[in-house]
Design a protein around this ligand. Structure first.
Ligand code: IMP
Ligand code: MG
Length: 178
């Protein structure tokens, strides 16, 4: 697995420091509230597990499963919400927890899906942001790192369901996904 890595972009130490900062910011900004964190599976699973432990609030944690990529590394431009909504959004302070913001297609569709269900407030927290790849402009409220325009894996992010367990963010050698 490690032989497939081209370069480590964000180390374990950088990640844990940044995730702690974001969690502490959310704790301050939502003081006295009980936010509803909605993790977007599967890529968010490590980020959400880590950041949740720095959010010192009475929050609720839920998940939605959305697919857009399948086994390809380019976006299909469509998303599918694969899990039925079995919780209430209306009136809640919702924070979407996403692994990476790339074209913006997934988050835009998701944001609309949640907005239609009348949350009291809605913010977006994305671990990585690749602004160069944006097709739809979208504002993120909490961002871990700006990521170069490269396909990356690790810390929950996969290529064909592999590499999610790498503790850092890395780019892959081009021969792996071409
Ligand atoms: P968007 O709809 O193009 O913004 O894509 C967002 C989704 O694509 C993310 O939730 C990821 O699952 C996936 N994705 C985008 N870029 C990468 C990457 O570099 N590595 C792994 N998954 C990615
Ligand atoms: Mg994803």
């Amino acid at each position: 697995m490690r032989d497939d890595i081209k370069e480590i972009l964000f180390t374990e130490e950088q990640i844990s420091r940044r995730v702690m900062e974001l969690g502490e910011r959310i704790t301050k900004e939502y003081s006295g509230k009980s936010p509803l964190l909605i993790g977007i599976l599967k890529g968010c699973f490590i980020f959400l597990a880590d950041i949740a432990r720095y959010i010192d609030l009475d929050c609720e944690i839920r998940f939605l499963s959305v697919s857009s990529y399948g086994f390809s590394s380019v976006t299909s431009g469509k998303i599918k919400i694969e899990k039925e909504l079995d919780f209430e959004i209306a009136g809640r302070d919702v924070i979407i927890i996403e692994d990476i913001l790339d074209s913006g297609v997934t988050l835009t569709a998701l944001r609309n899906f949640i907005q239609e269900r009348a949350p009291s407030t809605l913010k977006i927290c994305a671990f990585l942001d690749k602004p160069e790849r944006r097709q739809i402009p979208i504002n993120i409220d909490y961002r871990g790192f700006e990521c170069p325009n490269e396909f990356v894996v690790g810390y929950g992010l996969d290529f064909a369901e592999r590499y999610r367990n790498l503790p850092f963010i890395a780019s892959l050698k081009p021969e792996i996904y071409s």
